[in-house]
Design a protein around this ligand. Structure first.
Ligand code: ZN
Length: 132
């Protein structure tokens, strides 16, 4: 017996939303109205309140988010989505933990790269730069 598609995904409704990167939303949790929590137009007020509570409206938080490299912004979006999906029961905590470990590794690579650039800039400024 060969099934071309995984059997459990045939009936799963898809969210009508589009993610920030332009891709269709793939949230595992979709309400009967065809939207996930993140995209449901009827829950925009709830989301805005949650954003305010989380400090997203503060200018210093907005600035630090804008300063994130594009790759890290994607990681951050994925982690936020995973957090919601674990909370709602759609994502296994073990998979979320694996995502968190990979995200941490990605951040470490970015941090090491940025640290190296800043160190090289300081070395150039004080005239001891040996690495160009
Ligand atoms: Zn959605």
């Amino acid at each position: 017996m060969t099934a071309p598609h995984p059997p459990t995904q045939g009936h799963a409704p898809a969210c009508s939303g589009v993610n920030r990167n332009g891709a269709p939303c793939r949230s595992a949790i979709v309400a009967k109205n065809g939207w996930c929590l993140q995209h449901d137009p009827d829950r925009a007020g709830e989301r805005a309140a949650a954003y305010r509570a989380g400090g997203y409206g503060r200018s210093n938080v907005r600035r630090s988010l804008k300063a994130l490299p594009v790759g890290l912004m994607t990681v951050l979006d994925l982690l936020h989505q995973a957090l919601r999906e674990v909370h709602d029961g759609g994502l296994e905590p073990g998979r979320a933990s694996a995502m968190a470990r990979l995200a941490s590794a990605i951040v470490q690579v970015h941090t090491a790269g940025e640290f190296g650039e800043r160190l090289a800039a300081i070395e150039r400024q004080i005239g001891i730069g040996g690495r160009g």
